[in-house]
Design a protein around this ligand. Sequence first.
Ligand SMILES: Nc1ncnc2c1ncn2[C@@H]1O[C@H](COP(=O)(O)OP(=O)(O)OP(=O)(O)O)[C@@H](O)[C@H]1O
Ligand SMILES: [Mg+2]
Length: 263
Amino acid sequence: MSEGAHLRHTEAGQPDASHTAILYLEDLNVSFDGFKAINNLTLYIDKGELRCIIGPNGAGKTTMMDIITGKTRPDSGQAWFGQTVDLLKLSEPEIANAGIGRKFQKPTVFESHSVAENLELAMHGNKSVWYSLRARLSGEQQALIDETLQTIGLTDHYHQAAGALSHGQKQWLEIGMLLVQKPYLLLVDEPVAGMTHQEMERTAELLTSLAGKHSVVVVEHDMDFVRSIAHQVTVLHQGSVLAEGTMDEVQNDQRVIEVYLGE
Ligand SMILES: Nc1ncnc2c1ncn2[C@@H]1O[C@H](COP(=O)(O)OP(=O)(O)OP(=O)(O)O)[C@@H](O)[C@H]1O
Ligand SMILES: [Mg+2]
């Protein structure tokens, strides 16, 4: 383990001008039946950054998200949210409450409820549907819903049943359902799979607009899409970081070309 890196989160409370990471993954290992899905994975995500994670099938991208969200426990290593929150000590709901939102590939909106009701339900978290839809919204909560609808481009669909939205619109609504919970970190796995070209462009704008306010980690195979949003790109391969840099840097990296892009 690199001492320097480790110190980044052990100096809790010390102002650290050089590093403003929101997520620290260090020396993580996970085996499934003897197969190393995650292998000494070390990765840092900065506050407000938009990071793209790419890599071949089976590289460990989804498993990495499973570790961050508490779905999978690593055999060894560390995972810290900011300098003080040890993710490996928290349950999945506790991690969500701490401010990490995850969007799965398949949209899971409430089809028979309206777009706005879906946001209301998400805002009330784990309270019952009955409670959530009868509770009067405060001015602040209503403002958050309006602002979120604007962000995800669904203001004109306020009263529409979510089930009647297009595939792309459902994906945006689900991102909105994360946003009303005010996450610090958003994890998005393959957001543009199945989208039209136009929906992809709109999704690129949406994710780009979220960076700064939130830290956003996007796993995606579509290289044109990654290029359109990427600042820093991390390439995973066999459970480890193979390369990290700008899109141009990783696309011209000989090892990356061999294992992934050259296919
Ligand atoms: N719960 C599990 N039990 C057993 N093996 C698993 C489990 N989860 C993942 N794996 C294995 O771990 C490896 C990494 O899988 P993972 O889903 O993280 O890859 P990925 O990078 O997300 O791939 P893709 O691009 O196809 O989504 C794969 O070989 C997968 O079969
Ligand atoms: Mg995956």
